[in-house]
Design a protein around this ligand. Structure first.
Ligand code: NAD
Length: 291
């Protein structure tokens, strides 16, 4: 069992940290929001008043933060992880961020003897609760092997996808697919309802055929009921579509469908759905038809 410092105890991090406690690890956690740290205490972890206290004595540090600026600040900033982490410690950033930020953190870690992995996840809050996440890992193979037993307490599908930043590129590919599928499920709902076909029955039969998908399984009931409690916030998916498009530009490729879907996500955000679940894309697609 490992001594783990866990930074970022939000929708995902709170459940992931609780699963690590349940698996027998000693977890010390920090979040800027004190109520989130209290949740870890209730789950059997130890609260830390700042990053240095969460990192002190830890063998492994996990960060689960919203976006690149927060990861850069927490890892590289004054009073941050790299300032307090002992050489040999392993830092696994499980946030979804820009690959170039993962590369910068890995380079700064290497200078201090801290081993760094980018290890973003997919599977949503339910995947975090059930420890069934998909974890896509970039970094050195030996560091991946060292961290794998801990990842196995958080997820089911755990794959080393390449060097530093590769985990984030795979996550960007995941996010463009998820947003695209939600957009198409939304279009299916609009068509069915506008044609007076029962949406629930329509989606039920679609789920059993080639159009079936995890998103249809998990989200069709809440989408049909227009319940958009997050889950995964539109604001975060907007961030991820930006990462997908800037990664495409860096790689010199064209992703036309992703471009359109990114604009739908931007419209959802601009029309007040930023804090709603990403399935609120349905509202934007309905409004295009005046519904
Ligand atoms: P969240 O906003 O609920 O959690 C982030 C946490 O980080 C918050 O508790 C916040 O207070 C904390 N935080 C922010 N700045 C901090 C700092 N400087 N120091 C310490 N703590 C700080 O977000 P989330 O939904 O848990 O997502 C976290 C990451 O995981 C994001 O990158 C997101 O894109 C990704 N992700 C989310 C989901 C999902 O379904 N929610 C699924 C897969 C991946």
């Amino acid at each position: 069992m490992a001594r783990i410092g866990f930074i970022g105890l939000g929708i995902m991090g709170s459940h992931m940290a609780a699963n690590l406690v349940r698996a027998g690890h000693e977890v010390t956690g920090y979040d800027v929001v004190p109520a989130s740290v209290d949740k870890l205490l209730q789950a059997g972890g130890k609260p830390a008043p700042d990053i240095a206290s969460a990192v002190s004595g830890a063998e492994v540090i996990i960060t689960m933060l919203p976006d690149s600026p927060q990861v850069a600040e927490v890892a590289l900033g004054p009073g941050g992880v790299l300032e307090s982490a002992a050489p040999g410690v392993l830092l696994a950033d499980m946030s979804s961020i820009a690959p170039e930020t993962s590369l910068a953190v890995a380079a700064a870690g290497a200078e201090r003897g801290v081993r760094v992995l980018d290890a973003p996840v997919s599977g949503g809050e339910q995947g975090a609760i059930k420890a069934s996440l998909s974890i896509m890992v970039g970094g050195a193979a030996e560091d991946f092997e060292a961290a794998k037993p801990i990842f196995e307490d958080l997820g089911r599908t755990i794959v080393h996808v390449g060097g530093h930043g590769a985990g984030q590129t795979v996550k960007a590919a995941n996010q463009l697919m998820v947003a695209g599928i939600i957009a198409l499920v939304s279009e299916a709902i609009v068509l069915l309802e506008a044609s007076d076909v029962d949406g629930e029955r329509g989606l039920e039969v679609l789920a059993g055929g080639l159009a079936g998908s995890r998103i249809l399984d998990l989200k069709s009931a809440s989408m049909l009921a227009r319940q958009f409690e997050p889950g995964f916030r539109i604001d975060l998916h907007h961030k991820d579509m930006g990462i997908a498009l800037s990664s495409a530009r860096a790689a010199g490729v064209s992703l036309p469908v992703t471009g359109v879907v990114a604009q739908l996500v931007a419209a959802a955000r601009a029309t007040g759905h930023g804090s709603d679940d990403h399935s609120a894309l349905l509202s934007v697609i309905e409004s295009l038809s005046g519904r």
